[in-house]
Design a protein around this ligand. Structure first.
Ligand SMILES: Nc1ncnc2c1ncn2[C@@H]1O[C@H](COP(=O)(O)OP(=O)(O)OP(=O)(O)O)[C@@H](O)[C@H]1O
Length: 292
């Protein structure tokens, strides 16, 4: 099965800080690094490192060419990444000594995807292929609709969460992969059980993957619920924990693994990513998480 990830490509500028900058405060950073990032890029890297045949579609500006190379180096197909004259999407990331992160995003070229590009890309995919999307492009619904019409399997990660997503038709999706905060905002509901109930009511056949940070993950479809505990680790940098989880989970699903196994592998991979600094560079390879 081919996986198309129509997603964001960002330059991550990571600053190490004692605490997040407060209103009116000028704070010195004790460290600075530049990484390839963006939820889209991270998820493509995770999918590829987990062994999937993944094609990334998106847009970059002139200073973002290295992002394409980084993806190609990880065996992600990059022919559907187009170049434009505007600034590449980028993120200013603060990472505290406690491993927490806060992120300021500028969409740049990620917000310039055209209808023509969508057509050009989707022409190369067919029924049974998987589409993965996050919420960092300007064209979410158009891509989802076209891919749905083609009979592709739709996996969506409502991140970052916006009001527009509350109107999304969840019935078209096969997989909804989200964290606690996203579930709370999307369903306007604090309790996990109520969130799941509301989601199921809106989309009875949806496969829900609700990640709960250190508490693990709940998977639910129309016939079963599976819970998977997280693998305890030293928290160094939580950036890309969710992206690592998603990439590993979907890659395992795409290659026919049982859901329990996919959840376990994804949790292990996310735990390892958290124990390392950075975003895409922290995502482990399959051999690192294979069980003896
Ligand atoms: N402290 C932790 N220890 C071990 N595993 C963790 C921890 N935090 C997260 N994980 C693993 O990563 C998965 C995804 O985490 P989480 O629910 O925080 O996603 P997220 O909020 O999308 O992540 P992020 O935005 O930080 O990338 C969890 O289901 C769990 O398996």
């Amino acid at each position: 099965m081919k996986i198309l990830n129509f997603g964001s490509l960002n330059i991550d500028r990571v600053y190490r800080v004692p605490h997040f900058v407060r209103e009116g405060e000028t704070l010195s950073s004790s460290g600075y690094d530049v990484f390839a990032g963006g939820k889209g890029l991270n998820q493509s890297v995770a999918l590829a490192k987990a062994g999937a045949d993944v094609f990334h579609a998106g847009k970059i500006g002139p200073e973002g060419l290295f992002l394409k190379k980084e993806l190609a180096d990880q065996d992600v197909h990059t022919t559907f990444i187009e170049e434009t004259g505007t600034v590449t999407g980028h993120a200013i990331i603060q990472v505290t000594d406690a491993g927490e992160n806060s992120i300021l995003l500028f969409g740049g070229a990620n917000k310039e995807i055209t209808e023509e590009q969508i057509h050009r890309v989707l022409d190369h995919f067919e029924a049974g292929d998987m589409l993965v999307m996050q919420n960092e492009l300007n064209v979410l619904e158009t891509v989802l609709d076209r891919a749905y019409e083609k009979g592709m399997i739709l996996a969506f990660n409502p991140s970052p969460m916006t009001d527009q997503l509350k109107k999304l038709d969840l019935k078209k999706l096969s997989y909804l992969i989200l964290n606690e905060l996203e579930a709370e905002t999307l369903m306007k509901e604090k309790e996990t059980e109520n969130q799941l109930m509301k989601l199921r009511k809106q989309a009875p056949e949806l496969k829900i993957v609700l990640t709960l940070g250190a508490e693990g993950v709940i998977y639910e479809d129309e016939s079963q619920r599976i819970t998977q505990q997280s693998f305890p680790t030293e928290v160094v940098d939580t950036t890309a924990a969710g992206d690592t989880f998603l990439g590993y989970f979907l890659s395992m699903v795409a290659c026919g693994k049982r859901t329990e196994e996919a959840l376990r592998m994804a949790s292990k991979a996310a735990s390892l990513a958290i124990s390392r600094e950075g975003a895409s560079v922290s995502i482990p390879f399959l051999y690192e998480i294979r069980e003896d």
